[in-house]
Design a binder for this molecule. Structure first.
Ligand SMILES: Cc1cc2nc3c(=O)[nH]c(=O)nc-3n(C[C@H](O)[C@H](O)[C@H](O)COP(=O)(O)O)c2cc1C
Length: 313
């Protein structure tokens, strides 16, 4: 049953979250109001709170919050609440999943002259995502959630680029279907995780135009390019709207596009989608594999090489 507070006009608080009536908060909050997230340590003012509510309500338009319990102290009130909503638009970089999520949290508010001066919240946006089964990697929050504390110095970007240039990989094309349309992008952030069970991972930038379709797919294709597919890399590293137009390809058992002439192709079922700031790490269980005898393409420091011509050490 919905609870109310003697000391706090919870109807204004609910009007903001449930009806989007953000102006209801103006009379509820003191001038120097702050809200601190216990999960991230982030502190926002009233404008920040309104932006947060707006973001949640855009992503979950049918959001409904109920106050489950109210515990009143002398100048404090603790609110325990439950929210439910359908994930209908992008939230914290995660495309709509259409899933309904229920999340619980609590707010401890300090009152000054009947208004909220400080609010400490045991909830943050990533808990909503966790409710959808989408997990932020520990210590690598989603872009909108500030990091709580610096974990020490980091090398600058040029050193990291130089480091990456020393690493040799193959090149894959990661594919999916967007309705009937085949989509894909070039990816070298591929890794085999385990053989038993057969688990692999790929990292995909959220700004990729393939990303929303990939995110909402149950399966994806991973094609290890062969040495004769140099022009294919250019196509899949581009923003072309029909990358498959000039290519021969076939579908895996679950519909993922597999490129003919690849050194090897797999179709895998997406099992986890970890949020890592600008990228999402897809952890996938392999369901189907095709291996050819074409030599693979080799990629190092921006150059592409024939995997058949490597000098053995
Ligand atoms: C060799 C190579 C490796 C790449 N690796 C990745 C990668 O691991 N993850 C990623 O998100 N993009 C990677 N890219 C960049 C994408 O392929 C590129 O941004 C592409 O234009 C995305 O296309 P889309 O926006 O149509 O999806 C790579 C590009 C090249 C050429």
């Amino acid at each position: 049953m919905q609870q109310t507070s003697q000391k706090l006009k919870t109807s204004d608080w609910l009007a903001a979250w449930n009806d989007g009536d953000l102006s209801a908060l103006d009379s509820l909050m003191a001038d120097d109001y702050t809200r601190t997230s216990k999960a991230t340590g982030a502190v926002v003012d009233l404008a920040g709170l309104k932006a947060e509510i707006d973001g949640v309500r855009q992503a979950f338009p049918d959001l409904h919050t109920t106050i489950d319990d109210v515990v009143e102290g002398e100048d404090t009130v603790a609110l325990f609440w439950t929210s439910a909503g359908t994930h209908s638009h992008e939230y914290l970089g995660v495309p709509a999943t259409g899933l309904t999520v229920t999340t619980r949290g609590s707010n401890i508010v300090s009152l000054q002259d009947g208004k909220i001066l400080k609010e400490s919240v045991t909830w943050d946006g990533s808990e909503l995502l966790a409710g959808l089964g989408i997990l932020p990697l520990r210590g690598i929050a989603t872009p909108q959630i500030p990091e709580t504390q610096s974990e020490g110095a980091e090398p600058d970007m040029e050193i990291m680029k130089a480091f990456n240039r020393q690493f040799v990989t193959g090149v894959t094309v990661v594919t999916t279907k967007d309705g009937d349309k085949a989509r894909g992008l070039a990816v070298n952030a591929y890794c085999s995780v385990s053989l038993e069970p057969p688990i692999v991972l790929v990292c995909v930038q959220k700004s990729s135009s393939t990303y929303p379709a990939l995110f909402s797919s149950s399966h994806l294709g991973i094609n290890i390019l062969g040495a004769s597919q140099r022009s294919t890399v250019g196509v899949f590293a581009s923003k072309s709207t029909d990358k498959f137009a000039e290519l021969d390809w076939h579908e895996g058992p679950n519909g993922s596009p597999l490129l003919d002439g690849s050194a090897a192709s797999i179709e895998a079922e997406i099992q986890e989608r970890f949020q890592a700031k600008t990228h999402t790490v897809f952890i996938c269980r392999v369901r189907h594999a095709e291996v050819g005898d074409t030599a693979p393409m080799v990629y190092k420091a921006g150059g592409f090489y024939d995997g058949a011509g490597l000098a053995e050490l």
